[in-house]
Design a protein around this ligand. Sequence first.
Ligand code: PMT
Length: 492
Amino acid sequence: MAISVNLSAIITALGGRHAIQQLLNVGPSAISNYLTRGHLPERAKPIIYAALTKKGYQIRADDLEILAGPPATSSQPLHSDTHFGKRILLIVAGGIAAYKALETARQLQQLGAHVTGVMTDGAKQFITPLSLAALTGEKCYDSLFSLTDEAEMGHIRLARSADLVLVVPATANFMARANAGIADDLATTILLATTAKVAMAPAMNPAMWAHVATKHNFASLRQRGVHMIGPVSGDTACGEEGEGRMCEPADIAAAAMQLITPQNIPNAKDHAKSPLAGKRIIVTSGPTIEPIDKVRFIANRSSGKQGHAIAASLASRGADVILISGPVNEPAPDQVTMVQVTTANEMLAACKAALPADIAICAAAVADWRVQSVSDQKLKKPEDPDAGMMLALCQNPDILAHISSASNRPKLVIGFAAETENLLQNATKKRQRKGCDWIIANQVGGDADPVFGSALNQAMLISANGVDEWPQMQKTDLAETLADHIEAELTR
Ligand code: PMT
């Protein structure tokens, strides 16, 4: 259903078309359509009403007619601080602490965020979608199979439109489903589809919190890059005292905003003015693993130390880092969005999904080949002890070359070259062949220092402007050196 409105007046009152686009989370063409038809979709009504009222306008509720402008003293902008425009998808799961999600939404709005609610069926046993929608001024989504919702927004777009997906409360059941990758409702599907940061505020009975299954799910989600806010010790709703109590809404809101506000990230303080702040950067790291059969695979010795150190350094300078990594033992650095993959094809798909980006850095040791036809059973050894074994291999896609030639190519694309001989010549050719701007060349495979797996590295930066040789240093220091060079490039 659509409602007839004087959209031009509303656009002027709310500060322009862009402000309405952000409020309704639609593109410029949608606004043009609304203007042509003089109609707004029904779902927009409470959002626009709330926004205009917040600005101090008197509005007629049924057709959004502006009856009077804001009083002279009411000059408060819709979002008055540095968090303007940050979008938080607030997922409410089904626990007694769900009522605190309402207060969390309010606190987030006071900090300047746009909040859109998503509720599980369980959450609706405790609070209603209407209460969350009324509070946020945005539609509250609760169904994966709603034709109207899919037509208006679509769950993938909903998942991708957020700067942060925040789960309040994260119940034991919700964490278990999220950890297992189950996507049987809108909330869990969003978690799988989003490329935004994800944070959860766990809340449950102390015995449930202490259970080994919950501990496992919590640790595993955190390892994957989910930011955990709490829980804390204290009285829980079931009358028991102990760990498992959800953090207070104000604390959850503050922690959530910190995650999406570069200058508020503790490590980023020294780099508050970094030109990297807010830049979207894809970093690949670790090896890829290519299956041969059910139990065997082709792999390499990359530990992920170098790629992860680069991701950590950039994130500490306020960049919005998406770290796409093959299987490694390195923990996910703080403040990065972690995407775990296994094969080269999966890494390529994750990189494509993460584009567009401002910068891409490919530090992963991607397997050049994969087995042409993977056996779904364990391959049997021939009876004849002298018989050899042939595996037909085919080439994997070149992820760096793909990013370098993408239509939405990042402004700066940086590759690595791991060479065992003729470092400068081979790496220079590689830069040209793969079409990247810079290549970081490191000599690998030495007996004393193989680089792969080591804490140390020695490299040279090769660009169109020449070669910059760096001394041997810790991989963490090399990451800082590279970040310094990128900062310098961005300010040139
Ligand atoms: O992980 P560590 O143990 O800390 O070790 C760090 C490192 C040695 C892995 C790292 O410093 C490094 O050199 N990474 C690149 C390793 C590599 O595969 O280099 P290459 O010369 O084969 O590939 C050149 C570039 O193309 C790399 O940026 C690579 O990510 C990329 N590539 C390669 C093949 C492929 N199919 N797709 C790609 O994108």
